[in-house]
Write a new protein. Structure first.
Length: 60
């Protein structure tokens, strides 16, 4: 005789937040290899650093 499957009831708080999340970007990111994800992250961080530097230069 096998064990009964474990049933996990959905958390109402999580369900409430899920309706406001666009999962298409998550799915697209998960299609990338880990290396591609790191490249994408590195590129985004570089862009933020450049933006921050430009902002700081504009304030002087």
């Amino acid at each position: 005789m096998g064990q009964a499957p474990i049933v996990i009831e959905p958390d109402p708080v999580i369900e409430a937040y899920k309706k406001d999340i666009d999962r298409t970007m998550l799915r697209e990111n998960l299609k990338l290899t880990p290396e591609e994800r790191l490249r994408k992250l590195t590129s985004a961080v570089r862009g933020l650093v450049e933006l921050r530097q430009a902002f700081q230069r504009s304030r002087t």
